[in-house]
Design a protein around this ligand. Structure first.
Ligand SMILES: *Cc1c(COP(=O)(O)O)cnc(C)c1O
Length: 345
């Protein structure tokens, strides 16, 4: 095989959804935006529907089209960015449910698709998407009269359970929605872990489904194995890779692997990550190139065909910590060149 192999553990994905569903105590949706967090929206959505998810969220209407085609007519496919100019036909034809974010979107939706399902997104302090309390007050009666399927908001700091912003946003959400007879949603993965006060009628986990923090009990979903292109002997004192950033301290064997920063192996990992041959560590040496990695395999007793970068023992969060980012960015950076396999491992 000439490119890396990205194996998506469908069994683990379904198990993560069921575990979060058990914690939710209300309906549990599934967030499959950004191509299912980089793992393939159509396949991921089908697996989650099979596990029991009935409501799916994407960021943009275009992504909703993919999910609708994968799932057929029954599941609800909701769009966080709401009803944007130019999306009317897609929202109408594919029965997408936009989460309306502004009075302008409400007007556009009611005028262009009267009677078509919608939800409302409220801003409770994150200042990113949704109507603030004043706008909401101006339009709430009309909007509620039209029967939204959902009123939702999003937490800014839910990955930090001790952050005072959580309680503040919860109070604001109550203030803006108490007493209305519409299903409510506040919690993503982090919010589910904050406990039942945050769950309301429907939760919206994303990252936890895909094996990422803050869902510590998550099973790893992404497994990445990279093929060895060639192996060479390097003498002590020779250098490897761009800018001569690594110098062999001893006579070494260096494997060149077919993956690089164009495949989402962030350049910040240069000289700073370990690949694995079973339980044997093989340090990355030198810079991450666009298409290649160089790895010290001197201590391996054998010549490997592939080395592992992501597994149950080295997770997306481990890589994120090494690269100074978050698991979300590691996952959504995984490029299009990998051979993707969907397996129950
Ligand atoms: C991305 C997103 C989610 C899912 O968040 P996770 O932290 O991945 O669980 C839920 N709701 C909104 C509005 C989002 O943008």
């Amino acid at each position: 095989m000439s490119t890396g192999s990205l194996t998506v553990d469908i069994d683990a994905l379904a198990a993560n959804w069921r575990a979060l569903d058990a914690l939710s105590g209300s309906e549990t949706a599934a967030v499959v935006k950004a191509d299912g967090y980089g793992l393939g929206a159509a396949k991921v959505a089908r697996a989650l529907a099979k596990a029991g998810a009935r409501t799916f969220f994407v960021a943009a209407a275009q992504e909703g089209a993919t999910v609708r085609q994968a799932l057929g007519p029954d599941p609800q496919v909701c769009v966080f960015n709401g009803h944007m100019r130019g999306d009317t036909d897609m929202i109408g034809d594919l029965m997408l449910t936009p989460m309306l974010n502004t009075i302008g979107q409400v007007t556009r939706h009611f005028e262009s698709l009267p009677g078509h399902p919608f939800g409302i997104q409220l801003d409770t302090g994150m200042n990113r998407l949704g109507m603030e309390i004043g706008e909401w007050a101006a339009i709430a009666e009309v909007a509620i009269g039209a029967g939204p399927m959902l009123v939702m908001s999003h937490l800014a700091c839910a990955d930090d359970p001790d952050h005072p912003m959580n309680a503040q946003q919860l109070a604001q959400f109550h203030l803006m929605t108490d007493g209305i007879a519409v299903p409510r949603s506040l919690a993503a993965t982090g919010g589910i872990l904050l406990g039942p006060d945050y769950h309301f009628d429907i939760t919206r986990p994303g990252i936890g489904l895909y094996g990422g923090a803050p869902f510590a009990e998550a099973r790893a979903v992404a497994h990445l194995d990279l093929p060895v292109v060639q192996i060479r002997n390097v003498e002590a004192g020779e250098t490897v890779g761009y800018s001569n950033s690594w110098t062999a301290q001893r006579d070494s064997r260096i494997a060149t692997l077919a993956a690089g920063y164009a495949d989402g192996i962030l350049r910040a990992l240069s000289g700073n990550v370990t690949l694995w041959h079973g339980d044997q560590p093989c340090p990355l040496v030198g810079r991450v190139s666009m298409d290649l990695l160089t790895v010290d395999v001197t201590d391996l007793g054998e010549t490997p065909h592939t080395l592992s970068l992501l597994s149950a023992t080295q997770t997306v969060d481990d890589l994120a910590a090494l690269a100074g980012t978050i698991g979300y960015e590691i996952l959504t950076s995984l490029g299009p060149r990998y051979q993707r396999r969907y397996a129950e491992i």
